[in-house]
Design a protein around this ligand. Structure first.
Ligand SMILES: NC(=O)C1=CN([C@@H]2O[C@H](COP(=O)(O)OP(=O)(O)OC[C@H]3O[C@@H](n4cnc5c(N)ncnc54)[C@H](O)[C@@H]3O)[C@@H](O)[C@H]2O)C=CC1
Ligand SMILES: O=C(O)[C@H]1O[C@H](OP(=O)(O)OP(=O)(O)OC[C@H]2O[C@@H](n3ccc(=O)[nH]c3=O)[C@H](O)[C@@H]2O)[C@H](O)[C@@H](O)[C@@H]1O
Length: 440
Protein backbone atom coordinates (compact mmCIF):
# COMPACT_ATOMS: atom_id res chain seq x y z
CA UNK A 1 0.00 0.00 0.00
CA UNK A 2 1.21 3.47 -0.87
CA UNK A 3 0.10 6.92 0.17
CA UNK A 4 -0.70 8.79 -3.02
CA UNK A 5 -1.56 12.46 -3.56
CA UNK A 6 -3.14 13.52 -6.85
CA UNK A 7 -3.11 17.25 -7.62
CA UNK A 8 -5.90 18.19 -10.04
CA UNK A 9 -9.15 16.20 -10.01
CA UNK A 10 -10.29 16.57 -13.61
CA UNK A 11 -10.76 13.72 -16.09
CA UNK A 12 -7.29 12.32 -15.48
CA UNK A 13 -6.82 13.11 -11.79
CA UNK A 14 -10.19 11.81 -10.64
CA UNK A 15 -9.92 8.60 -12.64
CA UNK A 16 -6.30 8.01 -11.59
CA UNK A 17 -7.01 8.79 -7.93
CA UNK A 18 -10.05 6.52 -7.86
CA UNK A 19 -8.23 3.66 -9.60
CA UNK A 20 -5.21 3.93 -7.27
CA UNK A 21 -7.61 3.78 -4.30
CA UNK A 22 -9.34 0.79 -5.93
CA UNK A 23 -6.04 -1.12 -5.86
CA UNK A 24 -5.71 -0.62 -2.09
CA UNK A 25 -3.74 2.61 -1.80
CA UNK A 26 -4.60 5.58 0.41
CA UNK A 27 -5.32 8.46 -1.96
CA UNK A 28 -5.81 12.15 -1.30
CA UNK A 29 -6.89 14.34 -4.22
CA UNK A 30 -6.29 18.08 -4.23
CA UNK A 31 -8.08 20.69 -6.31
CA UNK A 32 -8.24 24.47 -6.11
CA UNK A 33 -11.86 24.40 -7.22
CA UNK A 34 -13.68 24.54 -3.88
CA UNK A 35 -17.10 23.73 -5.30
CA UNK A 36 -15.70 20.64 -7.04
CA UNK A 37 -14.02 19.38 -3.88
CA UNK A 38 -17.20 19.98 -1.89
CA UNK A 39 -19.21 17.87 -4.33
CA UNK A 40 -16.63 15.09 -4.38
CA UNK A 41 -16.52 14.99 -0.58
CA UNK A 42 -20.30 14.70 -0.63
CA UNK A 43 -20.24 11.60 -2.80
CA UNK A 44 -21.02 13.38 -6.08
CA UNK A 45 -18.93 12.47 -9.14
CA UNK A 46 -18.15 15.65 -11.04
CA UNK A 47 -17.63 14.19 -14.54
CA UNK A 48 -19.55 11.70 -16.63
CA UNK A 49 -17.33 8.70 -17.13
CA UNK A 50 -18.79 5.18 -17.47
CA UNK A 51 -17.87 2.90 -14.56
CA UNK A 52 -16.37 5.64 -12.44
CA UNK A 53 -19.21 6.27 -10.04
CA UNK A 54 -19.29 2.76 -8.57
CA UNK A 55 -15.55 2.73 -7.88
CA UNK A 56 -15.58 6.31 -6.62
CA UNK A 57 -18.41 5.73 -4.15
CA UNK A 58 -16.95 2.46 -2.86
CA UNK A 59 -13.51 3.90 -2.23
CA UNK A 60 -14.92 7.03 -0.62
CA UNK A 61 -17.07 4.88 1.67
CA UNK A 62 -14.18 2.60 2.53
CA UNK A 63 -12.06 5.67 3.30
CA UNK A 64 -9.27 5.06 0.82
CA UNK A 65 -10.20 8.17 -1.21
CA UNK A 66 -10.11 11.69 0.24
CA UNK A 67 -10.46 15.21 -1.13
CA UNK A 68 -9.04 18.54 -0.05
CA UNK A 69 -8.38 22.03 -1.34
CA UNK A 70 -5.21 22.24 0.76
CA UNK A 71 -2.01 21.11 -0.92
CA UNK A 72 -0.25 21.22 2.47
CA UNK A 73 -2.67 18.65 3.92
CA UNK A 74 -2.01 16.28 1.03
CA UNK A 75 1.78 16.63 1.34
CA UNK A 76 1.83 15.51 4.98
CA UNK A 77 1.41 11.80 4.56
CA UNK A 78 2.04 10.92 0.91
CA UNK A 79 4.96 9.04 -0.68
CA UNK A 80 3.99 9.79 -4.28
CA UNK A 81 2.56 13.02 -5.71
CA UNK A 82 0.84 12.96 -9.10
CA UNK A 83 0.41 16.18 -11.06
CA UNK A 84 -2.75 15.88 -13.18
CA UNK A 85 -3.03 19.56 -13.96
CA UNK A 86 -4.18 21.36 -17.11
CA UNK A 87 -1.61 22.16 -19.79
CA UNK A 88 -3.69 24.32 -22.15
CA UNK A 89 -2.25 25.78 -25.31
CA UNK A 90 -0.68 29.20 -24.91
CA UNK A 91 -1.07 31.85 -27.60
CA UNK A 92 1.83 30.46 -29.63
CA UNK A 93 0.53 26.88 -29.43
CA UNK A 94 3.03 25.74 -26.80
CA UNK A 95 1.72 23.96 -23.70
CA UNK A 96 1.23 26.46 -20.90
CA UNK A 97 3.12 25.14 -17.88
CA UNK A 98 1.95 27.72 -15.36
CA UNK A 99 -0.23 25.26 -13.41
CA UNK A 100 2.38 22.50 -13.36
CA UNK A 101 5.31 24.71 -12.42
CA UNK A 102 3.24 26.77 -9.95
CA UNK A 103 2.25 23.64 -8.04
CA UNK A 104 5.80 22.23 -8.30
CA UNK A 105 7.11 25.36 -6.59
CA UNK A 106 4.56 25.01 -3.80
CA UNK A 107 5.44 21.35 -3.36
CA UNK A 108 9.09 22.36 -2.89
CA UNK A 109 8.09 24.59 0.00
CA UNK A 110 5.89 21.97 1.66
CA UNK A 111 7.65 18.61 1.52
CA UNK A 112 9.61 17.44 4.54
CA UNK A 113 10.61 13.90 3.54
CA UNK A 114 11.50 12.00 0.32
CA UNK A 115 8.76 12.12 -2.32
CA UNK A 116 8.36 10.87 -5.84
CA UNK A 117 6.78 13.69 -7.85
CA UNK A 118 5.10 12.29 -10.94
CA UNK A 119 4.10 14.35 -13.92
CA UNK A 120 0.95 12.86 -15.44
CA UNK A 121 -0.06 15.98 -17.36
CA UNK A 122 0.89 16.04 -21.03
CA UNK A 123 3.97 18.25 -21.10
CA UNK A 124 6.66 19.16 -23.64
CA UNK A 125 10.03 17.50 -23.70
CA UNK A 126 12.24 18.99 -21.01
CA UNK A 127 9.45 19.68 -18.50
CA UNK A 128 10.71 17.10 -15.98
CA UNK A 129 13.87 19.21 -15.68
CA UNK A 130 11.79 22.36 -15.17
CA UNK A 131 9.65 20.67 -12.52
CA UNK A 132 12.81 19.44 -10.77
CA UNK A 133 14.23 22.96 -10.77
CA UNK A 134 10.97 24.49 -9.51
CA UNK A 135 10.78 22.06 -6.59
CA UNK A 136 14.49 22.41 -5.82
CA UNK A 137 14.14 26.19 -5.40
CA UNK A 138 12.80 25.67 -1.88
CA UNK A 139 13.02 21.94 -1.08
CA UNK A 140 15.02 20.91 1.95
CA UNK A 141 14.68 17.14 1.45
CA UNK A 142 15.36 14.58 -1.31
CA UNK A 143 12.83 14.05 -4.08
CA UNK A 144 12.67 12.53 -7.56
CA UNK A 145 10.71 13.68 -10.58
CA UNK A 146 9.17 11.06 -12.87
CA UNK A 147 7.40 11.47 -16.17
CA UNK A 148 4.41 9.12 -16.38
CA UNK A 149 2.23 10.18 -19.31
CA UNK A 150 -1.37 9.07 -19.38
CA UNK A 151 -2.95 7.34 -22.37
CA UNK A 152 -6.56 6.94 -21.21
CA UNK A 153 -9.43 7.87 -23.50
CA UNK A 154 -12.45 9.72 -22.21
CA UNK A 155 -15.55 7.56 -22.24
CA UNK A 156 -13.53 4.41 -21.46
CA UNK A 157 -11.16 6.05 -19.01
CA UNK A 158 -11.68 3.63 -16.13
CA UNK A 159 -11.10 0.56 -18.31
CA UNK A 160 -8.09 2.16 -19.94
CA UNK A 161 -6.61 3.08 -16.57
CA UNK A 162 -7.22 -0.30 -14.94
CA UNK A 163 -5.96 -2.24 -17.98
CA UNK A 164 -3.51 -0.01 -19.81
CA UNK A 165 -1.87 -1.22 -23.05
CA UNK A 166 1.36 -0.07 -21.43
CA UNK A 167 2.61 2.09 -18.60
CA UNK A 168 5.42 4.48 -19.47
CA UNK A 169 7.77 5.50 -16.68
CA UNK A 170 10.35 8.14 -17.51
CA UNK A 171 12.88 8.24 -14.72
CA UNK A 172 16.59 8.33 -14.15
CA UNK A 173 16.24 7.30 -10.49
CA UNK A 174 16.22 3.61 -9.53
CA UNK A 175 14.53 4.42 -6.24
CA UNK A 176 11.65 6.28 -7.92
CA UNK A 177 11.32 3.66 -10.67
CA UNK A 178 10.90 0.92 -8.06
CA UNK A 179 8.18 2.89 -6.25
CA UNK A 180 6.36 3.40 -9.56
CA UNK A 181 6.66 -0.24 -10.57
CA UNK A 182 5.16 -1.31 -7.24
CA UNK A 183 2.29 1.12 -7.63
CA UNK A 184 1.47 -0.03 -11.18
CA UNK A 185 2.02 -3.75 -10.68
CA UNK A 186 -1.72 -4.48 -10.10
CA UNK A 187 -2.60 -2.79 -13.40
CA UNK A 188 -0.31 -4.87 -15.63
CA UNK A 189 -0.96 -8.35 -14.23
CA UNK A 190 -2.34 -9.45 -17.61
CA UNK A 191 1.11 -9.02 -19.10
CA UNK A 192 1.06 -5.58 -20.65
CA UNK A 193 4.44 -3.93 -20.22
CA UNK A 194 5.77 -1.26 -17.93
CA UNK A 195 8.25 0.58 -20.13
CA UNK A 196 11.01 2.35 -18.24
CA UNK A 197 12.87 5.04 -20.16
CA UNK A 198 14.45 8.44 -19.67
CA UNK A 199 12.18 11.40 -18.91
CA UNK A 200 12.54 13.06 -22.32
CA UNK A 201 11.62 9.92 -24.22
CA UNK A 202 8.58 9.44 -21.98
CA UNK A 203 7.45 13.02 -22.61
CA UNK A 204 7.97 12.60 -26.35
CA UNK A 205 6.15 9.24 -26.37
CA UNK A 206 2.93 10.92 -25.26
CA UNK A 207 3.02 13.53 -28.03
CA UNK A 208 4.08 10.98 -30.62
CA UNK A 209 1.15 8.71 -29.69
CA UNK A 210 -1.48 11.45 -29.87
CA UNK A 211 0.00 12.92 -33.04
CA UNK A 212 0.09 9.53 -34.76
CA UNK A 213 -3.57 8.95 -33.85
CA UNK A 214 -4.55 12.43 -35.04
CA UNK A 215 -2.65 11.76 -38.25
CA UNK A 216 -4.62 8.57 -38.88
CA UNK A 217 -7.87 10.47 -38.50
CA UNK A 218 -6.84 13.32 -40.79
CA UNK A 219 -5.55 10.80 -43.32
CA UNK A 220 -8.85 8.90 -43.30
CA UNK A 221 -10.79 12.15 -43.53
CA UNK A 222 -8.89 13.04 -46.67
CA UNK A 223 -9.42 9.56 -48.11
CA UNK A 224 -13.14 9.96 -47.35
CA UNK A 225 -13.26 13.35 -49.04
CA UNK A 226 -11.64 11.86 -52.09
CA UNK A 227 -14.03 8.87 -51.99
CA UNK A 228 -16.85 11.41 -52.20
CA UNK A 229 -15.37 12.85 -55.36
CA UNK A 230 -14.44 9.62 -57.15
CA UNK A 231 -17.58 7.70 -56.16
CA UNK A 232 -15.92 5.18 -53.82
CA UNK A 233 -17.26 4.12 -50.43
CA UNK A 234 -14.93 4.83 -47.50
CA UNK A 235 -16.55 2.07 -45.42
CA UNK A 236 -15.28 -0.46 -47.94
CA UNK A 237 -11.91 1.21 -48.18
CA UNK A 238 -11.59 1.28 -44.38
CA UNK A 239 -12.26 -2.46 -44.21
CA UNK A 240 -10.03 -3.06 -47.17
CA UNK A 241 -7.02 -1.45 -45.54
CA UNK A 242 -7.80 -2.26 -41.88
CA UNK A 243 -7.43 -5.99 -42.47
CA UNK A 244 -3.75 -5.44 -43.25
CA UNK A 245 -2.22 -6.14 -39.85
CA UNK A 246 0.41 -3.48 -40.42
CA UNK A 247 -2.38 -0.91 -40.60
CA UNK A 248 -4.89 -2.41 -38.16
CA UNK A 249 -8.63 -1.79 -38.01
CA UNK A 250 -8.85 0.73 -35.18
CA UNK A 251 -9.01 4.49 -35.44
CA UNK A 252 -9.82 4.62 -39.14
CA UNK A 253 -13.21 6.29 -38.91
CA UNK A 254 -13.70 9.45 -40.94
CA UNK A 255 -16.04 12.10 -39.62
CA UNK A 256 -16.34 15.78 -38.84
CA UNK A 257 -12.83 16.04 -37.47
CA UNK A 258 -11.20 15.20 -34.18
CA UNK A 259 -12.00 17.27 -31.12
CA UNK A 260 -11.42 16.94 -27.41
CA UNK A 261 -9.07 18.50 -24.96
CA UNK A 262 -6.01 16.66 -26.21
CA UNK A 263 -5.49 15.96 -29.93
CA UNK A 264 -5.92 19.60 -31.00
CA UNK A 265 -3.68 20.99 -28.26
CA UNK A 266 -1.07 18.23 -28.38
CA UNK A 267 -0.66 18.44 -32.15
CA UNK A 268 -0.19 22.21 -31.78
CA UNK A 269 2.29 21.77 -28.95
CA UNK A 270 4.44 19.28 -30.86
CA UNK A 271 4.53 21.58 -33.88
CA UNK A 272 5.70 24.33 -31.51
CA UNK A 273 8.34 22.10 -29.91
CA UNK A 274 9.64 21.29 -33.39
CA UNK A 275 9.75 25.01 -34.21
CA UNK A 276 11.70 25.70 -31.02
CA UNK A 277 14.31 23.24 -32.27
CA UNK A 278 14.20 24.74 -35.77
CA UNK A 279 12.54 21.67 -37.21
CA UNK A 280 9.66 22.10 -39.66
CA UNK A 281 7.20 19.32 -38.75
CA UNK A 282 5.41 19.43 -42.11
CA UNK A 283 3.19 16.39 -41.80
CA UNK A 284 1.80 17.52 -38.45
CA UNK A 285 0.98 20.96 -39.78
CA UNK A 286 -1.09 19.27 -42.48
CA UNK A 287 -2.82 17.07 -39.89
CA UNK A 288 -3.98 20.21 -38.10
CA UNK A 289 -4.97 21.99 -41.28
CA UNK A 290 -7.01 19.03 -42.57
CA UNK A 291 -8.80 18.79 -39.25
CA UNK A 292 -9.77 22.45 -39.28
CA UNK A 293 -11.32 22.07 -42.75
CA UNK A 294 -13.04 18.83 -41.80
CA UNK A 295 -14.93 20.51 -38.97
CA UNK A 296 -16.64 22.68 -41.62
CA UNK A 297 -17.45 19.84 -44.01
CA UNK A 298 -20.94 19.09 -42.75
CA UNK A 299 -21.97 22.73 -42.96
CA UNK A 300 -20.54 22.89 -46.49
CA UNK A 301 -22.65 19.87 -47.44
CA UNK A 302 -25.72 21.56 -45.99
CA UNK A 303 -24.94 24.79 -47.84
CA UNK A 304 -24.46 22.89 -51.10
CA UNK A 305 -27.76 21.08 -50.60
CA UNK A 306 -29.71 24.30 -50.18
CA UNK A 307 -27.80 26.09 -52.93
CA UNK A 308 -26.00 28.64 -50.76
CA UNK A 309 -25.91 30.08 -47.26
CA UNK A 310 -28.63 32.62 -48.00
CA UNK A 311 -31.14 29.76 -48.25
CA UNK A 312 -30.34 28.47 -44.78
CA UNK A 313 -31.83 31.41 -42.89
CA UNK A 314 -35.08 30.35 -41.24
CA UNK A 315 -34.42 26.61 -41.65
CA UNK A 316 -34.82 24.49 -38.55
CA UNK A 317 -32.29 21.74 -37.85
CA UNK A 318 -32.41 18.91 -35.35
CA UNK A 319 -28.92 18.12 -34.06
CA UNK A 320 -28.06 14.79 -32.45
CA UNK A 321 -24.82 14.72 -30.46
CA UNK A 322 -22.83 17.57 -28.97
CA UNK A 323 -19.94 16.02 -27.01
CA UNK A 324 -16.66 15.66 -28.92
CA UNK A 325 -17.17 11.88 -28.91
CA UNK A 326 -19.71 9.47 -27.41
CA UNK A 327 -19.80 8.45 -23.74
CA UNK A 328 -18.50 11.71 -22.37
CA UNK A 329 -19.97 15.06 -21.38
CA UNK A 330 -16.81 16.81 -22.60
CA UNK A 331 -17.32 19.45 -25.29
CA UNK A 332 -13.81 20.88 -25.42
CA UNK A 333 -12.97 21.56 -29.10
CA UNK A 334 -16.11 19.63 -30.08
CA UNK A 335 -16.94 19.82 -33.82
CA UNK A 336 -20.59 20.35 -32.80
CA UNK A 337 -19.70 23.87 -31.64
CA UNK A 338 -18.31 24.76 -35.07
CA UNK A 339 -21.46 23.46 -36.74
CA UNK A 340 -23.73 25.31 -34.30
CA UNK A 341 -21.93 28.63 -34.69
CA UNK A 342 -21.89 28.40 -38.49
CA UNK A 343 -25.60 27.56 -38.76
CA UNK A 344 -26.65 30.20 -36.25
CA UNK A 345 -24.62 32.77 -38.14
CA UNK A 346 -26.57 31.89 -41.27
CA UNK A 347 -29.83 32.47 -39.41
CA UNK A 348 -30.85 28.83 -38.88
CA UNK A 349 -32.72 27.53 -35.86
CA UNK A 350 -31.26 24.56 -33.97
CA UNK A 351 -32.90 22.07 -31.61
CA UNK A 352 -30.20 19.90 -30.10
CA UNK A 353 -30.08 16.71 -28.10
CA UNK A 354 -27.18 14.98 -26.36
CA UNK A 355 -27.46 12.46 -23.53
CA UNK A 356 -24.76 14.12 -21.39
CA UNK A 357 -23.35 17.32 -22.86
CA UNK A 358 -26.34 19.68 -23.18
CA UNK A 359 -25.62 21.48 -19.89
CA UNK A 360 -22.08 22.37 -20.99
CA UNK A 361 -23.21 23.59 -24.43
CA UNK A 362 -25.98 25.67 -22.87
CA UNK A 363 -23.33 27.48 -20.81
CA UNK A 364 -21.72 28.58 -24.08
CA UNK A 365 -24.68 29.25 -26.40
CA UNK A 366 -27.39 30.09 -23.87
CA UNK A 367 -30.82 30.46 -25.43
CA UNK A 368 -29.58 30.61 -29.00
CA UNK A 369 -30.10 26.86 -29.25
CA UNK A 370 -33.14 24.96 -27.99
CA UNK A 371 -32.43 21.73 -26.11
CA UNK A 372 -34.73 18.71 -26.33
CA UNK A 373 -35.02 16.27 -23.47
CA UNK A 374 -35.31 13.28 -25.82
CA UNK A 375 -33.59 12.64 -29.15
CA UNK A 376 -36.94 12.18 -30.92
CA UNK A 377 -38.33 15.46 -29.60
CA UNK A 378 -35.53 17.38 -31.30
CA UNK A 379 -36.90 16.20 -34.67
CA UNK A 380 -40.33 17.81 -34.51
CA UNK A 381 -40.89 19.99 -37.59
CA UNK A 382 -37.21 20.17 -38.41
CA UNK A 383 -36.13 20.59 -42.03
CA UNK A 384 -33.33 18.06 -41.53
CA UNK A 385 -31.50 15.98 -38.94
CA UNK A 386 -27.77 16.56 -38.43
CA UNK A 387 -25.73 13.91 -36.58
CA UNK A 388 -22.47 15.11 -35.07
CA UNK A 389 -21.66 12.52 -32.37
CA UNK A 390 -22.24 8.79 -32.71
CA UNK A 391 -23.90 7.99 -29.38
CA UNK A 392 -25.18 4.38 -29.42
CA UNK A 393 -28.75 5.49 -28.79
CA UNK A 394 -28.81 7.15 -32.24
CA UNK A 395 -27.90 3.96 -34.09
CA UNK A 396 -31.28 2.31 -34.29
CA UNK A 397 -34.08 4.84 -33.97
CA UNK A 398 -37.72 4.24 -34.84
CA UNK A 399 -37.36 5.43 -38.43
CA UNK A 400 -41.13 5.67 -38.90
CA UNK A 401 -41.30 8.12 -36.07
CA UNK A 402 -38.26 9.98 -37.41
CA UNK A 403 -40.06 10.35 -40.74
CA UNK A 404 -43.27 11.49 -39.13
CA UNK A 405 -41.56 14.13 -37.04
CA UNK A 406 -39.17 15.58 -39.64
CA UNK A 407 -40.63 18.03 -42.12
CA UNK A 408 -38.38 16.60 -44.84
CA UNK A 409 -36.85 13.13 -44.87
CA UNK A 410 -33.36 14.53 -44.93
CA UNK A 411 -30.31 13.55 -42.84
CA UNK A 412 -26.76 14.93 -42.78
CA UNK A 413 -24.64 12.42 -40.88
CA UNK A 414 -21.16 13.51 -39.81
CA UNK A 415 -20.29 10.14 -38.26
CA UNK A 416 -21.58 7.56 -40.73
CA UNK A 417 -23.95 6.13 -38.16
CA UNK A 418 -26.41 4.51 -40.58
CA UNK A 419 -26.10 2.05 -43.43
CA UNK A 420 -26.63 4.12 -46.55
CA UNK A 421 -28.39 1.37 -48.54
CA UNK A 422 -30.87 0.93 -45.70
CA UNK A 423 -31.49 4.67 -45.60
CA UNK A 424 -32.42 4.62 -49.26
CA UNK A 425 -34.85 1.76 -48.71
CA UNK A 426 -36.36 3.66 -45.81
CA UNK A 427 -36.92 6.67 -48.03
CA UNK A 428 -34.41 9.13 -46.62
CA UNK A 429 -32.22 11.54 -48.48
CA UNK A 430 -28.99 10.78 -46.66
CA UNK A 431 -25.65 12.55 -46.80
CA UNK A 432 -22.71 11.04 -44.94
CA UNK A 433 -18.90 11.23 -45.07
CA UNK A 434 -17.06 9.54 -47.93
CA UNK A 435 -19.98 7.35 -48.99
CA UNK A 436 -22.36 7.61 -51.89
CA UNK A 437 -25.24 9.95 -51.18
CA UNK A 438 -28.74 8.47 -51.08
CA UNK A 439 -30.98 10.70 -53.11
CA UNK A 440 -34.67 10.04 -53.55
N1 LIG B 1 -8.65 14.35 -20.55
C1 LIG B 1 -7.98 13.31 -21.03
O1 LIG B 1 -8.56 12.39 -21.59
C2 LIG B 1 -6.49 13.23 -20.88
C3 LIG B 1 -5.74 14.31 -20.44
N2 LIG B 1 -4.38 14.21 -20.35
C4 LIG B 1 -3.59 15.33 -19.84
O2 LIG B 1 -3.77 15.40 -18.41
C5 LIG B 1 -3.77 16.76 -17.99
C6 LIG B 1 -5.04 17.05 -17.23
O3 LIG B 1 -6.11 16.93 -18.12
P1 LIG B 1 -7.64 16.84 -17.63
O4 LIG B 1 -7.77 15.93 -16.47
O5 LIG B 1 -8.46 16.59 -18.84
O6 LIG B 1 -7.86 18.36 -17.14
P2 LIG B 1 -9.11 18.99 -16.39
O7 LIG B 1 -9.18 20.38 -16.82
O8 LIG B 1 -10.29 18.08 -16.53
O9 LIG B 1 -8.68 18.94 -14.85
C7 LIG B 1 -7.67 19.70 -14.28
C8 LIG B 1 -8.01 19.97 -12.82
O10 LIG B 1 -6.91 20.66 -12.22
C9 LIG B 1 -7.44 21.61 -11.30
N3 LIG B 1 -6.44 22.61 -10.98
C10 LIG B 1 -6.02 23.67 -11.71
N4 LIG B 1 -5.04 24.33 -11.05
C11 LIG B 1 -4.85 23.69 -9.88
C12 LIG B 1 -3.97 23.90 -8.77
N5 LIG B 1 -3.12 24.90 -8.76
N6 LIG B 1 -4.05 23.03 -7.74
C13 LIG B 1 -4.93 22.01 -7.75
N7 LIG B 1 -5.77 21.76 -8.77
C14 LIG B 1 -5.74 22.59 -9.82
C15 LIG B 1 -8.67 22.15 -12.01
O11 LIG B 1 -9.56 22.78 -11.09
C16 LIG B 1 -9.24 20.87 -12.62
O12 LIG B 1 -10.15 20.23 -11.74
C17 LIG B 1 -3.55 17.60 -19.24
O13 LIG B 1 -2.18 17.85 -19.39
C18 LIG B 1 -4.03 16.68 -20.34
O14 LIG B 1 -3.40 16.96 -21.56
C19 LIG B 1 -3.71 13.06 -20.65
C20 LIG B 1 -4.40 11.94 -21.07
C21 LIG B 1 -5.85 11.93 -21.21
O1 LIG C 1 -4.21 12.59 -24.41
C1 LIG C 1 -5.41 12.42 -24.32
O2 LIG C 1 -6.17 13.17 -23.72
C2 LIG C 1 -6.07 11.25 -24.93
O3 LIG C 1 -6.47 11.63 -26.28
C3 LIG C 1 -7.20 10.63 -26.98
O4 LIG C 1 -8.37 10.28 -26.27
P1 LIG C 1 -9.73 11.12 -26.35
O5 LIG C 1 -9.43 12.51 -26.81
O6 LIG C 1 -10.42 10.93 -25.06
O7 LIG C 1 -10.65 10.42 -27.43
P2 LIG C 1 -10.42 9.57 -28.78
O8 LIG C 1 -11.25 8.36 -28.68
O9 LIG C 1 -9.00 9.40 -29.08
O10 LIG C 1 -11.09 10.54 -29.84
C4 LIG C 1 -10.56 11.81 -30.13
C5 LIG C 1 -11.29 12.44 -31.29
O11 LIG C 1 -11.00 11.73 -32.49
C6 LIG C 1 -12.20 11.40 -33.16
N1 LIG C 1 -12.01 10.10 -33.87
C7 LIG C 1 -11.51 9.03 -33.20
C8 LIG C 1 -11.30 7.84 -33.88
C9 LIG C 1 -11.59 7.74 -35.24
O12 LIG C 1 -11.42 6.69 -35.91
N2 LIG C 1 -12.09 8.84 -35.86
C10 LIG C 1 -12.30 10.03 -35.22
O13 LIG C 1 -12.75 11.02 -35.84
C11 LIG C 1 -13.26 11.31 -32.07
O14 LIG C 1 -14.55 11.51 -32.60
C12 LIG C 1 -12.82 12.44 -31.16
O15 LIG C 1 -13.33 13.66 -31.59
C13 LIG C 1 -6.31 9.38 -27.09
O16 LIG C 1 -7.05 8.36 -27.75
C14 LIG C 1 -5.88 8.90 -25.71
O17 LIG C 1 -5.00 7.77 -25.83
C15 LIG C 1 -5.15 10.04 -25.00
O18 LIG C 1 -4.78 9.67 -23.69
Amino acid sequence: MKHVAVVGTGYVGLVAGTCFAETGNQVICVDIDKAKVEKLRNNVVTIYEPGLEVLFKRNLREKRLHFTTELAEAMESCDIIFLALPTPPGEDGSADLKYVLGVAKEIGKLIKSYKVVVNKSTVPVGTADKVRAAIAEHATCDFDVVSNPEFLREGVAVDDFLKPDRVVIGSSSERATEVMQQLYEPFVRQGNPILVMDERSAEMTKYAANSMLALRISFMNEIANLCDKVGANVDMVRRGIGTDFRIGKHFLYPGVGYGGSCFPKDVKALIKTAQDYEYNFQILKSVECVNESQKHLLVQKIEAYYGGREHIAGKKFAMWGLSFKPNTDDIREAPSLVVIHALLEMGAEIVAYDPEAMGHVKQIVGDKVTFASLAEDALNDADALIIVTEWNEFRNPDFNSVKKRLKHHLIFDGRNVFDNHKMKELGFEYYSIGRPTCQL
